[in-house]
Each structure stands twice: as C-alpha cells, then as structure tokens.
Design a binder for this molecule. Structure first.
Ligand code: DGT
Ligand code: CA
Ligand code: CA
Ligand code: ZN
Length: 565
C-alpha cells in the first residue's frame, strides 16, 4: 500500500513549494496529502480504476503526479524541487515548532539544511538575531533537537495498522491460520517492527508470496520458518510459520510483551511445566499449545486480551478470575470529536454525517474550533449560532443518526473558556482544550485545567496532555489532581484517537478508570477519512482497562444526552 509514501511526498512538495514562495499550490498539495493518508483503501486500486481524481483535493495535475509515481517510482517535479532546495525537510519539520516558513528563513539566511546545521547555528546564538525568532525560539529549538534525537525509530500504530491488515489479506489464501503478533497485536501506540504468525499447508509458497509483495523494499532474510522484509514505508516485518499444534503457544510467545511472558513462564515453572513458543510441556508431553486460550487455561488463568499484556497486574487478576470485562470494539456507538469546514476541517457537516452513517454510528458530535484560535478558523459566536441552524437542517435530512452540536473551545492561560456561557449553554457537548501556552509549570498548568473544569458547561477535556507522539512532550500537570477534579465536577477525559495523539494514553486512562472518571473517545477528524481512527481510541481504552460503562461512547443516545447535561 503506497498511500503513506505518496502522502509524504506530497507534503514534502508542499513544503518545498512554500519555501520557493509559490502561492496556493502548497495548500492544494497538503489537502491532497491529507486525504490520501486517510483514504482507507489502496490508492493503487483507485489508480487501476482510473479514479484518482475522485479523491477529494486531487485534481488533474496531482493525479498525474501520483500516476507517475506508481508507474516510475518517482516524480520528476519532486526530484527537481529537492535539487533546487537541498534541505532535509522531513527531519527539520520533525522539530517541534519548525514549520516551512521558518525552515525557509533558516535556509536562506543561515544556510541550514539539516538538524546538525540547525543545532550549530542555534548554539552559536545566530537564530535569535533573525527577524521574528528571538532567544526563546532558539532555546526551544535546542530543546526540541534533544527530544528528537532521543526517540528511536518507531512507527505510529495508526499508520501501520492498515498496511498490516493488507498483508494479512494478501497471505490469507496461502495460510490456514494467520494473526498479527507482537506490539501491533497489543495495539501499542508505537511499533518497533511488525510480527506476523501463520500456519501454512505450503510454507515455501507462503514465504514466496510474502517476500514478493509489492510493498517490499528489501528482503532481509528468507527461510521456511522465518522471513523478514523491510517495506517501502521503512518498517520491518517478520513472518513466522509454525506447526498447527504450536500456533497458540507461538502466538502467545510472540505477542508478548516480554515482561508479560517472563511472568507467565514463572507460573509455568511453579507448576512444574515448561513454557516456550512450541507449547506448554509436562516433561516431554505437550499439554497445551494449539490454542492460546488452552495455554492460559492450563496455567490456571483466564485468557488475557492482548491489549492488557504489559505486566501491569493482568496476570494476577487473571489468576483470581478478576480480569475486568474491557470495552469491546463493537460497543462504541459514535465519535465525539470532529471538525468540519466551519473551522479547519476539509468536509461539510453533511459529508461527515454521511460517513458516520456509513459506519453505522448511532451518533456523531460536530465540534468545530471556537473562540480565538484564529489559525484553526475558530468560529465566533455568530458563526456558532449559524452553525446550529445548519445542524438543524442536516438533522431533518438524516434521522438514522443523532447529531450532537458541540464546540472545541480553548482554555485560556488562566483557565477560562474563550466562548461565553450564553453560547455554551445551548450546545450538546463542550470540549475544552489547551491550544496555547503549553509551557507553564506544573502547578500553574494543573490549576489552569482545574479552573476550566469549574465552568459548568464543560463536558470534556480534549487531548488532556497535548502530547504529540515522538514530536511534542506532554504539558506538565499533576494528573491525579486533575482526575480528582474531573470526578468531582463530572467532567470527562478525552481519549483523542488521532494516530499521533492517543491522549490520554493507556497508563493515564487506567488511572482515570480507577478514580471513576469517565472517558470520551473522539477522533479529532479533520477529514472524513479520519473517522476510521476511532478504533485506535478504543484500543487505548482497552489498554487502560476501561470497561463498557467507563466509556460514554458506548451509551445509547438517551443516556449520553443525560450524562452530558
Ligand atoms: P516492538 O516490536 O519493539 O514494538 O515490541 P514487540 O513487543 O513486538 O517486541 P519484538 O518484536 O522484539 O518481539 C515480539 C515478541 O516476542 C515480544 O513481544 C515477546 C517475544 N520476545 C521477544 N524477545 C523475548 C525475550 O527475550 N524473552 C521473552 N520471554 N519473550 C521475548
Ligand atoms: Ca514487534
Ligand atoms: Ca519482531
Ligand atoms: Zn484540539
């Protein structure tokens, strides 16, 4: 699947064009890239059907470039731009706060082409002398460089999962059993490599199909029981083929986590057994291993969902039959955070609603930016009233779904909501988020969030820590205090399901659930394609031990509207 690759190139072209000072085009390229990234189906399929221009934002010229890439493996215009502006955009834009405009100035004035150059000029104190930069920016850049360097090469779950599912689909005809394993099966927020496990009547053929997949960049190893490849997207995939009688124990072993496995093995030893990827053995005799359930059962444990296997108490709970019944993917009835053209989203309300209906949701919340977030096209109070009329119109047209009218409002520095209560009181759902002044000390920031929750109309704190995975650190807050306040004020904590956010994360969700704070899952969709990420939020809820009743997205409309009052 080349969707990600192509989107990445288009984003890079947008940045390069912007650096060149070309107008309008950068926006068009970005819009196309955003839609391709979240397309949901393989772009090559659309290409084969001659339907590239059906992708929103893809006109004739961009379609030509996609075609060129699929046919030749590159795009001439892109190569030219890179030659003309030899700047490592990808790594520079991974530095927080560094957008194309700043990269342009740094390149033109100081010759910065990569992170090493950037670090050098920052240390020399030359950035602060540039117009519009200053000492603070320079310091922030240095901090961000350090953060970026610390991260290892890991991949964002939400971007890898579609590729993984595609591989499973490709291999299905050649296998009798197949499953993801490792961190991707556990739905960890980032993935080191992708592990796949299968049983096959013809392992040689299955391996052939695997190493010859179109998305393979390089074959790292080719064997009968194990092969490894690197995909075009850069991620490594290991495929292991095992015997039917060992599938369960191999799946258990290769799902991990390592810490979970170590504890499990200790239990086996205590019982006088031996546990490995081939099975559970008593002496020479295999007593379990064909199914994963069988392995856990023989060890005296309930079967543990993969999302819980992090050695955070799940083994003890399973031993005592006290594993929580965590929320199921199909219990989620709708999305509680979406954007439309009324602020910075790409689609109309009606388009978002239609996609939600196609997904069989029972409800959808339209929550555009409101207040002073001008970059995100925040609505003023008149516009919110106008939008209410539009929602009313769409409601009349589609009675198979319930549309909640809400906003995502900003929490000001001192913890106020920047939309007046007079407006908030008429909305179905109010999300309040921190979108500015991220760098306050813990005490101030904690007070800021708690203040925001004092507002009686606030229902949800959006992306509560503001972190962006591998890019931006969370704001500093005393999570316990914030959660205690949330419980007291009946405010819900969001799991923002956008792939790079997943905020709250699993650990904080567990804490919230333990304190009785309810969770609201929202994709923060800025295009209809983003609605697919809802399941990532559910995965985080599951990893955080949340039960059905802890997640308000599982409620029916009546219960939901009642709890949102
Ligand atoms: P990743 O790929 O870094 O996101 O994390 P995992 O959990 O997928 O780790 P990976 O790919 O190195 O190994 C897959 C699974 O194999 C891992 O979750 C547990 C199992 N495993 C790997 N190494 C060991 C080990 O040394 N001891 C035990 N008990 N299990 C291991
Ligand atoms: Ca792995
Ligand atoms: Ca692996
Ligand atoms: Zn937001």
């Amino acid at each position: 699947m080349k969707n990600r690759e192509i989107a990445k190139i288009l984003y890079e072209m947008a940045d390069l064009l912007e650096i060149k000072g070309v107008e309008f085009k950068p926006r068009a390229y970005r819009r196309a890239a955003m839609n391709i990234e979240s397309l949901g189906i393989d772009i090559e399929e659309l290409y084969k059907r001659g339907e590239l221009e059906k992708i929103p934002g893809v006109g004739k010229s961009i379609a030509e470039k996609i075609k060129e890439y699929l046919e030749t493996g590159t795009i001439k215009k892109w190569e030219e731009l890179k030659k003309e502006i030899p700047v490592d955009i990808e790594s520079l834009s991974s530095i927080e706060g560094l957008g194309p405009k700043m990269i342009k100035i740094l390149y033109e004035k100081l010759g910065v082409k990569n992170i090493d150059d950037l670090e050098r000029v920052a240390k020399q104190g030359r950035i602060r002398r540039l117009k519009g930069f200053g000492v603070k920016t320079e310091k922030k850049i240095l901090e961000s460089i350090e953060f970026a360097r610390k991260k290892q090469e890991r991949f964002i779950l939400g971007y890898i999962l579609p590729e993984a599912n595609k591989i499973l689909e490709n291999l299905k005809p050649y296998t009798s059993r197949i499953s993801l394993a490792g961190s991707i099966r556990r739905r960890k927020e980032t993935i080191g490599d992708m592990d796949i496990l299968a049983v096959s009547p013809n392992p040689d053929l299955a391996m052939d199909m695997f190493v010859k997949m179109e998305s393979v960049d390089k074959v790292l190893a080719r064997g009968i029981t194990k092969s490894s490849v690197r995909l075009n997207s850069g991620i490594q995939v290991d495929l292991r083929i095992v015997e039917e009688k060992s599938f369960g124990s191999a799946l258990q072993y290769f799902t991990g986590s390592k810490e979970h496995n170590i504890e499990l093995r200790k239990i086996a030893i205590k019982k006088g057994y031996k546990l490995n990827e081939y099975g559970l053995f008593e002496g020479e005799k295999q007593i379990a291993g064909e199914s994963e359930e069988g392995v856990y059962e023989a060890l005296g444990l309930q079967w543990i969902p993969p999302e819980l296997r992090e050695n955070r108490g799940e083994i003890e709970a399973a031993m005592n039959g006290k594993l929580p019944k965590i929320v199921e993917y199909n219990e989620i009835k709708g999305d509680l955070h979406t954007h439309t053209k009324w602020s910075d989203g790409a689609n109309t309300i009606e388009e978002v609603v239609k996609e939600a209906i196609r997904r069989d949701y029972k409800f959808i919340a339209i929550t555009d930016h409101a207040g002073n977030l001008k970059v995100a096209g925040g609505m003023d109070e008149e516009e919110i009233k106008e939008q209410a009329k539009e929602i009313e119109r769409v409601r009349k047209k589609y009675d198979e779904i319930f549309i909640l009218h809400g906003v995502e409002a900003n929490i000001t520095k001192d913890g106020k909501i920047d939309v007046s209560n007079n407006i908030l009181k008429d909305l179905d759902i109010v999300i309040a988020s921190v979108h500015s002044a991220f760098r306050m000390d813990e005490k101030e920031m904690t007070a800021r969030l708690i203040n925001a929750m004092e507002n009686e109309y606030v229902n949800v704190i959006g992306h509560p820590t503001g972190r962006i995975i591998m890019k931006r650190e969370p704001i500093k807050i005393d999570m316990e205090k914030v959660l205690d306040a949330a419980k007291e004020k009946n405010v819900f904590m969001e799991i923002n399901a956008y792939p790079e956010r997943l905020d709250l994360n699993d650990v904080n969700v567990k804490l919230a659930v333990e304190k009785g704070v309810k969770i609201s899952i929202g994709t923060d969709a800025h295009t209809t394609g983003h609605l697919q990420y809802l399941e990532l939020g559910t995965a985080v809820a599951r990893r955080g031990w949340a039960k059905k009743e802890d997640v308000i997205n599982t409620y029916d409309i009546k219960e939901l509207m009642k709890i949102l009052q």
